[in-house]
Design a protein. Structure first.
Length: 412
């Protein structure tokens, strides 16, 4: 692999891994906020305990997601200085807003929510988790604004060989960003719904004592997942209308259409190969669609089965299926992300800056060392996150420390 391929592989690994944390964080935050709303209005102790249990899993994933995000910021600056020098004045504005939203607003209110149990008014405490949820989506929105600019540049002019932002409204209203944000939002809800349903099914299969707790949780999970699949596919269909001509040609796998797209790019930008890799684009897109169909069928059948309480408690084959479905939304979202990003090649900023020109001046040896280092760090973070989530999920609500009464200090 040459230096550019190594750099692309490094970014794919780091951004893809971070994306896994983000998807679950967005989905779980919404579910926790909804469950706490029910608990606050009804004062139902079961829903209050559900808030604490699922909230603790959310906090674990959020903390590890922050760590992966920080590492990804470092590799972006180290490997892609050409991109920031050329286009940083435009898409960097969206990233700056995202940083303010994510690290200052969202993290601050999350800290207040974590340590505010039994210390703040219950309505104030409920408001905190909704602020956390809304700012999490705001953070994702600004990330998609930045990514949408890379996909379909808007709101800029070329000034002195670099891009300069002249229309912030056009940058924000970019259809490549708006539609993709809706698609990601729906995918996150699918991820959160299947995670809650899968963990609940695990406990129901194990015949744990918390049958009512996990029966209600499973019902919430599948009832969120099913409408989210239709929401997601709607925005996915709209997204095909914003495909770049070269990506659309590669997806069609039509030789004449690909030749036409290539000829248009050569006429506009000079000699070169402007078609994305057809095989990976097709494989990623087909994988995304097939898995979406699988999730829709499973969620639809599950919504029918949860209507029968004896089935929810005793249908072990269904419990096994839901537990095995936990990783499927993650794989689907990664396939969709690969379809979106690989289809943009060979451009870092479509039609303006090629990926090879966006790289930092580093050698292949330096990039190999960087790739090994970042891959090792991310592998450790993913394993740690999985083990923490799995251990806490298996232990159940009785082992939840979030919101537990403080142990009084010993006096002598």
């Amino acid at each position: 692999m040459d230096t550019v391929d190594l750099a692309r592989l490094q970014f794919a690994l780091t951004a893809g891994a971070h994306f896994l944390f983000v998807a679950l964080t967005l989905g779980l935050a919404t579910l926790v906020a909804a469950i706490q709303t029910r608990a606050t209005f009804s004062r139902d102790p079961v829903h209050l305990r559900m808030t604490r249990f699922w909230g603790q899993l959310y906090i674990i994933n959020y903390a590890m997601g922050i760590a992966t995000g920080l590492v990804m910021e470092f590799q972006l600056g180290l490997s892609w200085s050409g991109l920031t020098e050329y286009a940083g004045n435009v898409f960097g504005s969206a990233l700056a807003i995202e940083t303010l939203v994510a690290f200052f607003v969202e993290s601050t209110f999350l800290g207040l929510w974590i340590f505010g149990w039994d210390r703040l008014n219950r309505w104030v405490h409920l408001a905190l988790i909704w602020v956390v949820t809304l700012t999490a989506y705001a953070s994702a929105f600004w990330i998609m604004v930045a990514n949408g600019f890379l996909q379909q540049p808007a709101g800029h002019v070329v000034d002195g060989g670099v891009l300069r932002l002249v229309d912030f409204g056009a940058l924000v209203a970019n259809p490549a960003a708006q539609i993709a944000f809706g698609h990601v939002m729906g995918g996150a809800m699918i991820t959160g719904g299947f995670f809650v349903a899968g963990v609940s099914a695990y406990h129901l299969r194990k015949r744990t004592a918390e049958q009512d707790f996990f029966r209600k949780s499973l019902r919430i999970g599948v009832w969120v997942a099913l409408p989210a699949t239709f929401f997601t596919v709607t925005f996915g269909g709209l997204g095909f209308q914003t495909l770049q001509p070269t990506k659309a040609a590669a997806w069609s796998d039509d030789a004449a259409r690909m030749a036409e797209a290539q000829a248009e790019m050569v006429a506009a930008h000079g000699p070169g190969d402007y078609l994305p890799p057809v095989g990976p684009v097709l494989a990623a897109g087909i994988t995304m669609m097939v898995l979406w169909l699988v999730m829709t069928v499973v969620a639809g059948l599950s919504c029918l089965l949860v209507l029968f309480r004896p089935v929810v408690r005793r249908f072990r084959l269904w419990h096994w299926l839901l537990t095995l479905m936990i990783p499927v939304p993650f794989v689907t979202m990664l396939a969709g992300w690969m379809f979106r990003e690989m289809g943009r090649q060979p451009w870092a900023v479509y039609g303006l800056l090629k990926t090879a020109d966006a790289m930092s001046p580093v050698s292949a040896g330096q990039m190999r060392l960087s790739l090994i280092a970042f891959t090792t760090v991310y592998a450790v973070l993913i394993v740690v996150n999985y083990r923490l989530l799995a251990r806490q999920a298996r232990r159940g609500p009785e082992a939840t420390s979030l919101g537990a009464p403080a142990v009084p200090a010993l006096s002598f």
